[in-house]
Design a protein around this ligand. Structure first.
Ligand code: ZN
Length: 456
């Protein structure tokens, strides 16, 4: 009897071991099989370590952006188009971490967890197709507007989340890759998609975060008047304006980008509140664009002295912003406070285990706050750019001229949205060391926006 018991125990032990092994395998399979299948040793997908078939990447209008047939990769027929979307498609050697080739290999190979690569084989090696939300011609127009300068242009539909324009410069023609090492200055960070993966000092576009905090926390802010004599003394330090703005309202302070007024507001709000609104606006966290993580901008006010807090509310100090995140914040202001997560894949629903579903939407503040903020931005935009700029489309925008130190020219920003049911577009333009945002980044943004409105 004792022997029998011992045998039963041993049997039970081994049965349990098998069961545990099965559970571990299933867990690993569900989580990692998409990585395993992409291993270059998989001869269904690779020959001599090179992919046989990747399927085809299309833009929203059905233009072929990248195609892989029998191991040879080809791109769009037009050089400017393929250069403009190079960061979206990826190059021949998978140098762009956030490209569709790198982010959605399962989708392109036609693999899925249930059928394996059945689809690939059944269609005699035709791979699978992927349609991006981008408009390739709009991207090409944006790339041309940057005319050789480093930076990024983004436009997205703040109601559907679709990214229509995503351009990062420098770029190159993926059909004829240049010798990057021969000109490191020109190709600095060429494999980085600056819209998704860069962070910059935001400068005055950040005043739209400070303004949101002021609207919700300072009573009768619309009636409040600020007085600017060109400088604000804080202890032994000074916050300065380009000129003395005199007695101004909040919307005038936004229009003239008055540092004194926004410095005062930051001190009145205090570090905790400003920090909270920065985080609501997406700072200190990433967005996921169909699973592609954006770089996180930073705002850290815990140890800021008063003068630093004032500069932080003006978008300087140690603040950094990711262009796509900031564009999504612009979209949320336009969209009654609801931030619709940007996405790059055309189809709305992607099976969750493919790990490419669009991120969650988020109500960042009340529709009432969004409405007040929108009215404020609209008023200040009208006073600078007039009724004729994007006539009838309710342009709301803010420029930024972000000081970067080191004797370099400031980064030029222009961010905003169209308050339009027909063209619900939010946008961002950053030109590295470009100079004044309103003079340098604004014309680029307005031209690309006009192109967007014309093509949809
Ligand atoms: Zn001022």
């Amino acid at each position: 009897m004792k022997l029998l018991l011992r045998r039963a125990a041993i049997l039970l032990f081994f049965s349990l071991l098998v069961l545990v092994g099965l559970v571990i395998f299933t867990w690993q399979y569900v989580n990692n099989s998409s990585t395993w299948v992409q291993h270059p040793a998989n001869r269904h997908l690779y020959a001599n370590g090179k992919p046989i078939n990747l399927g085809t990447i299309y833009d929203r209008a059905g233009r072929v952006l990248l195609q892989m047939i029998d191991g040879s990769m080809s791109f769009h027929g037009d050089k400017t188009v393929r250069t403009a979307v190079m960061h979206a498609t990826g190059d021949m050697h998978n140098n762009v971490e956030t490209s569709a080739q790198m982010a959605f290999p399962d989708r392109l190979s036609g693999w899925n967890i249930i059928n394996g690569i059945y689809r690939l084989k059944s269609r005699s090696g035709s791979g699978s197709n992927l349609t991006l939300t981008l408009d390739a011609e709009l991207c090409a127009a944006a790339y041309e507007e940057l005319s050789g300068r480093k930076g990024t242009v983004g436009i997205y539909n703040y109601q559907t989340g679709e990214i229509l324009c995503m351009v990062s410069a420098p770029s190159f023609d993926p059909e004829n890759p240049p010798d990057i090492d021969a000109d490191p200055e020109k190709y600095e960070g060429v494999y980085i998609n600056r819209l998704l993966s860069a962070v910059y000092t935001p400068g005055s576009v950040f005043k739209l975060v400070t303004a949101a905090a002021a609207i919700e926390n300072i009573e009768n802010i619309e009636e409040k008047r600020f007085y600017c004599d060109g400088k604000l003394q804080i202890g032994g330090d000074l916050v300065t304006c380009m000129s003395a703005h005199g007695e101004i309202s909040l919307s005038q302070a936004l229009a003239s980008s008055c540092n004194v007024a926004f410095g005062q507001l930051s001190l009145e709000l205090g570090p905790e509140k400003l920090q909270r609104y920065a985080e609501l606006a997406g700072f200190n966290s990433s967005l996921e664009v169909n699973g592609i993580k954006t770089a996180a901008g930073r705002v850290e006010l815990a140890d800021a002295k008063d003068v630093e807090l004032a500069w932080a509310g003006i978008g300087q100090y140690t603040n950094t912003a990711n262009p796509l995140n900031f564009m999504a914040y612009m979209g949320a202001i336009a969209n009654d406070g609801l931030l619709v997560n940007p996405r790059i894949l055309r189809e709305r629903r992607v099976l969750s285990f493919v790990n490419a579903s669009a991120g969650e939407n988020k109500q960042i503040f009340s529709p009432d706050t969004a409405k007040k903020l929108k009215a404020l931005i609209r008023e200040s935009t009208l006073s600078i750019y007039g009724e004729d700029t994007m006539r009838g489309l309710g342009l709301c925008a803010k420029s930024g001229t972000a000081e970067v130190g080191g004797g370099k020219r400031p980064h030029a920003w222009f961010a905003g949205f169209l308050d339009s049911e027909e063209f619900p577009f939010a946008f961002v333009v950053v030109i590295e060391n470009g100079g004044f945002g309103s003079r340098v980044a604004a014309p680029v943004a307005l031209k690309v926006l006009q192109a967007a409105v014309n093509s949809f």
